[in-house]
Design a protein around this ligand. Structure first.
Ligand SMILES: [Ca+2]
Length: 522
């Protein structure tokens, strides 16, 4: 026995002699330790769940979760420094830090699962990991069907397993949502069988409903084309140029967008979500069947939203509400049932919140705020305004009532009254009556820039044009797109010129310890 271990053991012996612990008390102590099941969707809009008021999508599993917990209607990501939103979004979620304090780099950062493990938790993960593989290895003790990367063909997911602290290759085949749900269920069943003293932190990161929006074969047609209306803020084209109008997500349908192609996209998108919802229900059923449900906090969230026809856009590389707002539901011990909260929150608030709900010390190194007072109804808010950022091209700030989006490179401002105009259709910035509001919002924005270490110049000397020619934009499918997608959304594209007839190159390279991952996509 080494000296350090001997001292610890000796101390424990002394403590036990002074405070004898009955086995019943020990059992009770174990029972009071709360488990965490963290369910994360990829690219799911906040309004793409039925309980948000969406009358077209069917999500009974997620709705059930909301009816047993607290649903947040104003939960956000802070944004991204690159077009690959998911990597910084997850880094912020897992570190509890603001965008410019972590970017997409988790190496050397104490992540939420690592913190829980340090505090006696058994940690497990399955699904997407869009940060350094070495950070995954440092964060979890067990991992099955782990996909390291940004996106994949849902039928061709290169899965890895965590063995002895290192990610190894694995030959698993199946549809992504099922691979990850089944791995989570196997973990929960095994945990229930072994009955370990340690509570669990189980992280399940789905790749749905991220594109390719190709549903599992038997789900195709669940929402027939044309049955879901385009979003209320549908436009055929975005009205002005900003950032890169030809960014990868925007190439998934031709320009100008038509109501028909957006309706098709929504049919596929909702189908992926309903499949995901079914498997979320299966995971929660497993918790119940194994007697773990009553002692488990369940979180359901997504890493970012999506435009999918709103404002003439398809992707999440913008700061409109549909792209930065995400679903967020929390249920379990200490959380009231069937409540809705309107407080403005970030996903990075979840690290201190979950630590608090699990009776762990709130970590000191985080920027996020503990939401427990809001969850319990003791407070209405944790912040008075909320800031979002996209690359070096867009910044936004919102309050309960107003939202201002600025495009410094175009010297252009949008001002929306979110209470009267939640779809951000009516830009009021030019109205002289709103001059004071623009001044106030600009002041708030500057404060946020300072607080988050954002050095963007809001007033650059060089101003770029707002006009653009949509006919010059090009649809270029990447290697992840299966035939189902090519036939539906890339009808006029000559694949022979851009893909070298190599449609099968859609397996991402397996990464090993200390390899830097490449942001293959969003
Ligand atoms: Ca995403």
């Amino acid at each position: 026995m080494n000296r350090k271990l001997y001292i610890i053991t000796s101390c424990l012996t002394v403590v036990k002699a002074i405070f004898p612990e009955t086995s019943a008390a020990a059992d009770q102590g174990r029972k009071s330790r709360v488990n965490v099941l963290f369910l994360l969707a990829d690219d799911q809009r906040a309004d793409a769940i039925a309980c948000s008021g969406n009358n077209y999508i069917r999500t009974p599993g997620i709705d059930q979760l909301a009816s047993t917990g607290v649903r947040f209607t104003n939960s956000y990501i802070m944004g991204s420094h690159s077009a690959a939103i998911s990597a910084p979004s997850r880094a912020m979620l897992l570190s509890g830090k603001y965008l410019n304090h972590v970017y997409d780099r988790l190496d050397g950062v104490e992540t939420m699962p690592a913190y829980f493990h340090k505090n006696g938790y058994q940690t497990f993960a399955t699904g997407k990991w869009h940060n350094e593989p070495s950070a995954f290895e440092a964060s979890f003790q067990e991992g099955e069907n782990v996909f390291v990367g940004g996106m994949c063909n849902h039928y061709r997911v290169p899965c890895q397993r965590l063995v002895n602290g290192m990610l190894t290759s694995s030959d698993t085949l199946g549809y992504s949502t099922d691979l990850f749900a089944d791995a989570a269920i196997r973990f929960l069943e095994s945990y229930a069988e072994k009955k370990p003293a340690a509570p669990f932190f189980c992280y399940v990161a789905f790749t749905a409903p991220h594109d390719p929006r190709s549903p599992r074969q038997d789900y195709i047609g669940l929402y027939p084309d044309g049955t879901i209306p385009p979003p209320g803020n549908f436009k055929t084209l975005h009205p002005f140029r900003f950032d890169n109008m030809n960014v990868r997500d925007e190439t998934l349908a031709p320009w100008p967008r038509t109501p028909e192609i957006i309706q098709q996209s929504l049919s596929d998108y909702y189908t992926l979500i309903t499949h995901l919802d079914k498997r979320v229900g299966d995971i929660i059923s497993t918790l119940k069947a194994k007697g773990l449900y009553d002692n488990t906090i369940i979180v359901y969230a997504a890493d970012n939203g999506l435009a999918i026809g709103s404002h003439g856009l398809l992707g999440k590389q913008n700061l409109y509400e549909h792209s930065v707002k995400v679903p967020l539901i929390i249920s379990g011990p200490g959380v009231p049932r069937a409540q809705v909260r309107q407080a403005m929150v970030y996903l990075c608030d979840l690290f201190p919140t979950l630590a608090n709900l699990c009776h762990l010390p709130v970590p000191k190194q985080v920027d996020g705020k503990c939401l427990t007072p809001v969850i319990c109804g003791k407070s209405d808010a944790v912040r008075k305004s909320l800031f979002t950022a996209y690359r070096n091209t867009v910044r936004a700030v919102r309050t309960d009532e107003w939202k201002m989006i600025v495009y410094p490179q175009q010297n252009y401002i949008q001002l929306f009254n979110l209470k009267k105009d939640p779809l951000e259709m009516n830009n009021l910035s030019g109205d002289s009556a709103n001059k004071g509001i623009v001044t106030k919002m600009t002041g708030l924005l500057k404060t946020w820039l300072k607080e988050t270490g954002d050095t963007l110049d809001l007033f650059p000397k060089k101003i770029l044009p707002m006009e653009y020619d949509y006919r010059k934009l090009k649809q270029i499918p990447d290697a992840h797109q299966p035939d189902y997608i090519l036939k539906r959304y890339f009808k006029n594209v000559d694949f022979s010129k851009i893909r070298n007839n190599d449609k099968e190159v859609n397996i991402l390279p397996v990464k090993t310890k200390n390899n830097q991952i490449k942001n293959l996509s969003e």
